[in-house]
Design a protein around this ligand. Structure first.
Ligand code: SF4
Length: 314
């Protein structure tokens, strides 16, 4: 790849005068961007990227406030490189940019900078230990009434070596008995879906919004989700996925903070939050509606391209 060096700079006056610090910072950002486009998961802390871009803009005489202006020009959220994107990915671009919250509208958030890979931050050295400790905490949780009827807490499974997390709704009977998510018929279908994109369920991470089974497999109640969501949020913080594939309505609505039906959320990659999120149908729905498998196939192909370094345009 041709990497220009010794860039000619536009100074505060627009005169094109060079500035050693500005040149160095621009070069760092350029090299980082090159690596990102090549799919290299690297060293670059997104918060550092924001600070660098602010500094570059300051040196070149551009305003650094508001913060959103310090980032690359925002394109419609959720776009995957158009040439490689299937119809669902392009549909994601229809999410209203005007309605999307800006960085300034979310004070205190530390989401990845636009244009940088979501996993660039890197995971904590002891993330596996922390995840295990979190699972042990969940195993003794009595924060909602589901603790009275569960057999086992179903925390999550998978090594997480591939930065892909599937988030379902809640354990069913088989999961409640085994303590592992997605082991019944729906789980077997999910395993096939994962294998269809060249992965195994041991390589990814699989969990649910609720860690305990609702009686008779009823829908999760709002207070149960509210009591349990911190486990999921902590899991995601530790796993730092490159993409989250939500399965069914409840996971999508929770993680996207949306009230839209799954039919409107499915297949639309959302990059407005902490991590890219792609909702798709729940495998249990596919068992009842096999014709929906084609849509899920398209969705997981998009997931595969993201994992392969397909470009997520901010
Ligand atoms: S569902 Fe979640 S909040 Fe409720 S008891 Fe189980 S682990 Fe605790």
């Amino acid at each position: 790849m041709n990497r220009e060096r010794g860039p000619r700079l536009a100074g505060p006056s627009g005169s094109g005068a060079t500035d050693p610090e500005l040149a160095a910072l621009q070069e760092i950002l350029r090299l980082a961007e090159d690596d990102r486009r090549r799919g290299i998961r690297y060293w670059f802390d997104p918060d550092l990227a924001v600070a660098l871009r602010d500094r570059v803009r300051g040196l070149s005489g551009e305003s650094t406030a508001p913060r959103a202006m310090s980032l690359p020009p925002r394109r419609a959220p959720g776009r995957i490189a158009a040439a490689a994107a299937p119809a669902p990915a392009r549909a994601a671009a229809s999410v209203s940019a005007a309605a999307a919250p800006t960085d300034d509208a979310r004070p205190g958030t530390s989401r990845p900078a636009w244009g940088l890979p979501a996993d660039a931050v890197g995971r904590a050295d002891d993330w596996r230990g922390q995840l295990a400790a979190l699972g042990a905490e969940a195993a003794g949780c009595t924060a909602c009434g589901l603790c009275e009827t569960r057999q086992k807490v179903v925390f999550g499974t998978g090594s997480g070596v591939v930065p892909l997390v599937f988030v379902g709704e809640a354990p069913g009977h088989d999961e409640d008995m085994s303590g592992e998510p997605f082991v019944g018929r729906a789980g077997q279908l999910l395993t096939k879906i994962i294998e269809a994109i060249g992965l195994t369920r041991e390589q990814v991470y699989i969990c649910n919004v609720l860690k305990c089974r609702p009686p008779e497999n009823r829908n999760p109640l709002p207070d149960e989700i509210a009591s349990c969501r911190h486990f999921l949020e902590s899991q995601l913080e530790l796993l730092r996925p490159k993409v989250i594939c939500t399965l069914g309505l409840f996971a999508a609505q929770l993680l996207l903070d949306s009230a839209l039906p799954i039919g409107k959320l499915r297949g639309r990659l959302n990059t407005e939050g902490r991590w890219p999120i792609l909702p798709t149908f729940h495998p249990a729905y596919l068992l009842r509606n096999p014709s929906a498998k084609a849509a899920v196939w398209e969705d997981v192909q998009l997931v595969r391209r993201i994992l392969d370094g397909g470009e997520i345009l901010g």
